[in-house]
Design a protein around this ligand. Sequence first.
Ligand code: DGJ
Length: 492
Amino acid sequence: MENHLPHLENVNGQWRLIVDGEPFLILGLQWDCDSCFSAEQMNPLFPHAAKMGANTAALPTYWKEIEPEPGRYDFQMVEERIQQAKAHNMRLVLLWFATWKNASALYAPEYICNDPVTYPLVVDNKGSPSVSLCPSSENTWQRDRTALLALMNYLREHDDTHRVILFQPENEAGVLYTDRCYCATCSQRFAEEKWEERYGVHAAERFSVSSIATYIDRLAEEAKAVYPLPMYTNVWLTTEVGGIPGHYPSGGAVPEVLQQYRNCAPHIDLVGPDIYFFGYRDFHRLCQQYAADGNPLYIAETSSSLNGRAERNVFYAIGQYSAIGFDPWAIDSPAPEDSVPLVDNVGGEWALQAYWLRDSYVAISRAMQPIIQAQGTSRLFTMVQEPGEFGSGWVADGCDVIVQYKDRDNMARGMIIQESKNEFILVGMSYYAQFRRSRPDGRPIPIAHAEWGYYVGDRWVTLHPVRRETLASLGSPVYLQEPGVMRVFLNL
Ligand code: DGJ
C-alpha cells in the first residue's frame, strides 16, 4: 500500500504530485470554514464541484469535531468526507483546523479554549493576551499531536482508495496583534538564543517563524510516521509588501521569511500562498516567490469572487509556473465577501464566475497528462488575455505560432503544447492559432488535420474532427471556440 500513497516527485527539476502512481494536477475547490460539520451542509456541494470540473475538494477538518472531549474521538464526518469523495470521483485535501485557524484557536475544542492556564494564549508586548495560542506551550502541542495522530491512524486504516492526497496541518498559522509572544517562556528563549543580536529589527518575527514552524514540523514529523501523506503549510500574506508582523500572523511563511520557515520545517513538503490580491502582477510575483528554491508551487487558496480571476490565474499557475495544483476558496462563500459565491447557498444556482472556472477546469482536465509532461519545458506556451491585449505569439520548435484572441469577450485563455514538429495540442478557449514557417520565411503552414477530443491519461480520445470546410474557410488558423482541447497536425 505504501507504494501507492500520494507523494511528491521531482522529475528534471519539476515537482509532480503522484496519485495512484500517476502525475496529478489538483483542480480544487475549498469549502467554507464551517461547511463540514454536517452532511446536510457539506454533501450537496460535491456534485456542484464535480460539475465545475474540480477533481479535488479541500475540506476543513476540525479538532473540536474529532475530539469533542479529551480522549473521545468521532470520525463519522471524516468517513463522510471519504465516502462523498468516492461517490463523486474526487480527491481530498484535508485542512487541520486545530491550534491555529487564521492564527486563532477558533476550531480547538472547548476544553482547550476554556483553560488558558494549561493551554496559554500568546501575550503581547503590553502583557495582554492575544487571540493566538502560544507556540511554546508543550501542553497544547501534546494535545494537538494526540488528536492529529488519531486522525492519521483513522485515515491509514480507512482511506483504502487514497482519497486524501494532501494534508495541511493548521491553517494560516502565526501570532496575531503582536510580532511575537512575550510570555515568560518565550521571552526567556528569545533572550537566551540571542535573537535580537542575530536579527536586529527583524528578531521578533524571526523568533515567531522559528516557534511556529518548529511546532508544525514536529506535528508533521509524527503524523507522517503514522501515515506519510504529503504535507503543506498555507500562508496569510502581508496585505501589502512590507506589512507589519502581527497585522498578518507573525511567524507565518510570508515571502520575506520563507527560506527560514522551510529550514525550520523539513517535514513540510511545500509552502503554499493564499492569494487574494486582484492584480495579475501580484499573482505572478507570488508564483515566482513560492516556486523558487525548490518549493513545489501550490496555490493553497485564492479568491473565487467575480473579480478574483481564478479562471485565468489557474492557467498562469499551472502553465507558466508549473504548479501542482490550484484551490480557490470557497465554493459556497466568496472572498472578499462583497460578491456572490460560486454556488448559491439557498438554491444552488451558479454565479457567473462558476461557469468561467468550469470552462478552465474542464479544458485543463482534458489534457492533464500532456500538460504535466510539458510543464517547465519550452514545449508549453501559456496565454491569458489581459485588458488591452488582442493576441500573443510563440516561437515554437520549427515554426512560429501566432495567437489571436477572439476580441469580443476579453476572456481568451489557454495553453499550447508542442508534441512534435507537426503536432500541437490546443487547450483553453476563445482564440485562433496560426502556424507559420519560422522567420524569415513567415508563410502560413496549412493544417493537415484537427480534431476535438480529450486525454484519458496519455491516450487521446477523438470527439469529432474539425470539418475540412471550416479549416479551409479559416485559411491556416484553427479556432478554439469552445472550452476544450484540440489536436492539430500541420502539413509541413
Ligand atoms: C483565509 C483562510 O485560510 C480561510 O480559511 C478563510 O478564512 C479565508 N481567508 C476567508 O477570506
